[in-house]
Design a protein. Structure first.
Length: 111
């Protein structure tokens, strides 16, 4: 349950960022965010999707710097969102996901 909440949290952060910058949004950006959200929701390619989400969050720091509307308090928020996405990438898909169905559930044990 906690992993599902973490997935939803990362999706919410990405959509919040997209909706905040809706004036510069494009159809391609909306499509790619939709596909990434579906992958996160169903647990497909979760490590890759988590790294992409973390990259999107970190790159959002540099966009406002070019425009000149950067707020220093936003850096903390972006950092927290990027850490959430990166932790999702490290945790992996979990037992109830498409990846677990396709590749099987693996339990790592120290050798």
């Amino acid at each position: 349950m906690a992993l599902a909440l973490l997935r939803l949290s990362v999706m919410g952060c990405l959509w919040q960022r997209f909706l905040a910058e809706a004036s510069v949004g494009s159809a391609w950006r909306l499509l790619s965010l939709g596909i990434l959200s579906i992958f996160l929701l169903i647990g497909m390619a979760t490590p890759v999707a988590g790294l992409i989400a973390a990259g999107i969050e970190l790159m959002s720091v540099f966009y406002p710097l070019r425009v000149g509307t950067f707020v220093s308090a936003e850096l903390l928020t972006v950092g927290i969102h990027a850490i959430q996405a990166f932790s999702l990438a490290l945790i992996g898909p979990g037992a109830f996901s498409v990846d677990a169905r396709l590749f099987g559930r693996r339990i790592l044990t120290p050798s």
